[in-house]
Design a protein. Structure first.
Length: 201
């Protein structure tokens, strides 16, 4: 992976887990030895606040650099509903409730009509709930076999300790579900890399 990867993480609707996904994806790339920059453009500055003063394994800033960043991977956490992100490739986390899914579809159509490439990521999925399994089955029929991120307590718990699930301190290694969460993020990371270079070839 020699070419720089630049990803926007965005959904027109809030509450889809953009920041949690951005931070843990950054952790997954950093865990593979990549230089990662996470740019927090959301006015809430949640990612920047979590990373502040913590040895999280990658750099987090709260502004758009004027020059091309020196990094292998740049992930931009965009605010919801404030126009389309600048990057051509957009990762779109979405929950499966009808209101969010409708907003996601609308946002994806807008992005596609403006020459963007979008990758849907069903997020916070509770596979124990019948309605979520049914919704996911319908989505996969229309969009193929998507990587999903399950609704795991390990994600907010680790961030509460200013760490991703790839935390460098080793403190999160004892948390329940850490192995499954790491594998989930690694699989998503690898899928994103394949999608990114396929769409930019």
């Amino acid at each position: 992976m020699d070419e720089q990867i630049i990803l926007g993480v965005w959904n027109p609707k809030g509450g889809t887990g953009k920041t949690t996904l951005s931070l843990n994806l950054a952790g997954a790339f950093a865990g593979a030895g990549r230089r990662v920059l996470l740019i927090d453009l959301d006015p809430q500055l949640s990612a920047f606040s979590i990373a502040g003063g913590a040895d999280i394994g990658f750099e987090v800033i709260d502004y758009q650099p004027r020059q091309r960043p020196v990094a292998d991977v740049v992930i931009i956490d965009h605010p919801p509903g404030v126009g389309l992100p600048h990057p051509r490739c957009i990762v779109m986390p979405t929950t499966l409730d009808p209101l969010t899914w409708h907003a996601t579809q609308r946002g994806r159509k807008e992005a596609d009509s403006n020459g963007k490439q979008t990758l849907l990521v069903p997020n916070r999925v509770d596979t124990n709930r019948t309605e979520e399994r049914e919704a996911l089955a319908v989505i996969k029929e229309d969009h193929g076999d998507l990587r999903i991120v399950k609704n795991r307590s390990i994600y907010p718990r680790s961030l509460g300790h200013k760490q991703t699930v790839f935390g460098k301190s080793g403190f999160v290694d004892k948390f329940y579900g850490i192995r499954e969460a790491r594998q989930e993020m690694i699989s998503l990371r690898d899928s994103i890399v394949s999608w990114y270079f396929a769409t930019n070839s």
